[in-house]
Design a protein around this ligand. Structure first.
Ligand SMILES: *Cc1c(COP(=O)(O)O)cnc(C)c1O
Length: 346
C-alpha cells in the first residue's frame, strides 16, 4: 500500500517564505489540479488559517468547492469558464472571474444582471503567450465595453492580468511592456483595477518588478522547485509531499515495492533514480504496472518503508529531482500520482 503524506507544517513554512518574499504584493495561492495533487480541502483550510485570502482555483467547480469550504470572505479567482451556465454559476458563488474574451465578458455581465448582482472581473490581456487573453489591438474596445458594463452596475473591474512563460527574461520583459500598456489603457478608459497580476512562482521570486499587486503562486507553495533552476535552499522552500510505499517481497539482493506505473510512477525512471530505504539510497531498477524493483538491497525485509520522493531530510530525491532525470518538471511527477493513492496529513 502506497501513501502520499503531506506535511502541512512544511506547507505553512513555504507560505511564510512566499509572503515575505513577495511583500508588499499579496500571494494568491493557486490550487488547481486538486492543489497540485496534495488534496484541495486540507490545503485551503490550512492556508486560510495561515492568513492566505486569495485562491487561484482555475475552473468554476474548484472555485465553488473552495467557496463552500472557506465561506464568503475568501477571494477566489477562476479563469477557465466554458459556457454561459458556468459563468452564471461563478457569479452566483461570488467568484472573481478572469476574462480573456469579449463574449465571456457579455456572458458574465448578463449572468450578473439576471442575478441582480455585480460580478467581480479581472480582464486578461494577451501579452504574447497566445493562451487566451484579449489581443492588444482589441484591448481598447474591450476596456471601453467593460467600463460601460461597470457603469451599468453589472460588473466591477477589480483586476487586469496576464500569464507569462517564465522561460526567458527577454520574452517576459516584452510581455510586461504589453501588460503595462494594457493597464494604462484600462486606466484611461476610466477603470480602476486594484489588482494587477502577472507572475507565477518563478517570476514572483526572481523578478520583483513582476510582482505588481498579486502573485499567483502554486508550485513553490507545495515545495516544487523548477527543473534545472534554483535549489530548494536558494528558494527557501521544501517539498511538502512524500510518496511512500512498502516492500512486498524480497529476492536475491533486490526488493519489490508496492507501487507501479498504474499508480502513476513513470516507468522511464527505472535505472535513473534512487529511492530512500532504511539502509540509505538504493537504485530503482524496474517499474512494472503494479510493483517495482529496488536493486542492491540485500538487507530489505517485507514491510520496510521506501520513500520514492520527498524532501531532503527524508534522504529522498524530490519530485523535481526525479523529473530532471527524464526531462520533465516536478509538477508532472506530482500530478501523475493516482488519486487512488491515499493522502495522509500531518
Ligand atoms: C498554474 C498557474 C499559475 C501557477 O503557476 P506556478 O508556476 O505553479 O506557480 C499561475 N497562473 C496561471 C494562469 C496558472 O495557470
Amino acid at each position: 500500500m502506497s501513501v502520499l503524506t503531506v506535511d502541512l507544517d512544511a506547507f505553512s513554512a513555504n507560505l511564510r517564505t512566499i509572503a515575505a518574499r513577495v511583500a508588499p504584493a499579496t500571494h494568491m495561492l493557486v490550487v488547481k489540479d486538486d492543489a497540485y495533487a496534495h488534496g484541495l480541502v486540507p490545503i485551503v483550510r490550512r492556508a486560510w488559517r495561515d492568513g492566505v485570502r486569495w485562491f487561484g482555483a482555475f475552473d468554476v467547480s474548484t472555485g465553488r468547492a473552495v467557496r463552500e469550504e472557506l465561506g464568503p470572505d475568501a477571494r477566489i479567482f477562476v479563469w477557465v469558464i466554458g459556457t454561459p451556465e458556468e459563468a452564471a454559476s461563478a457569479v452566483a458563488a461570488r467568484l472573481d472571474v478572469g476574462i480573456g474574451d469579449a463574449t465571456l465578458l457579455e456572458d458574465v455581465a448578463g449572468a450578473a444582471t439576471d442575478a441582480s448582482a455585480t460580478a467581480r472581473v479581472h480582464l486578461k490581456i494577451d501579452s504574447g503567450l497566445h493562451r487566451n487573453g484579449v489581443r492588444p489591438e482589441e484591448w481598447p474596445a474591450f476596456v471601453a465595453r467593460a467600463r460601460e458594463l461597470e457603469q451599468a452596475g453589472s460588473i466591477e473591474v477589480v483586476g487586469v492580468w496576464s500569464h507569462i512563460a517564465e522561460a526567458s527574461d527577454d520574452d517576459d520583459d516584452a510581455a510586461r511592456t504589453v501588460f503595462d500598456a494594457a493597464c494604462d489603457a484600462a486606466h484611461a478608459a476610466g477603470l480602476r483595477p486594484a489588482q494587477r497580476h502577472l507572475a507565477a512562482s518563478a517570476a514572483a521570486f526572481a523578478r520583483p518588478e513582476f510582482r505588481c499587486d498579486l502573485v499567483r503562486v502554486g508550485a513553490f507553495a507545495y515545495g516544487i522547485r523548477p527543473a534545472d533552476g534554483p535549489t530548494d535552499a536558494d528558494l527557501g522552500i521544501r517539498p511538502i509531499g512524500r510518496l511512500e510505499t512498502g516492500v512486498v517481497a524480497v529476492g536475491d539482493g533486490t526488493a519489490t515495492i508496492g507501487i507501479g506505473s498504474l499508480d502513476g510512477l513513470p516507468s522511464p525512471l527505472a535505472g535513473l533514480v534512487m529511492v530512500s530505504t532504511p539502509q540509505g539510497r538504493r537504485p530503482l531498477v524496474d517499474v512494472g504496472l503494479y510493483a517495482s524493483t529496488i536493486g542492491e538491497w540485500g538487507a530489505a525485509r517485507v514491510g520496510d518503508l521506501v520513500t520514492v520522493y520527498g524532501d531532503a531530510d527524508s534522504g529522498a530525491m524530490s519530485a523535481t529531482d526525479l523529473a530532471e532525470t527524464i526531462g520533465t518538471i516536478g509538477e508532472e511527477i506530482a500530478l501523475r500520482i493516482s488519486p487512488l493513492v491515499p493522502r495522509n496529513y500531518r
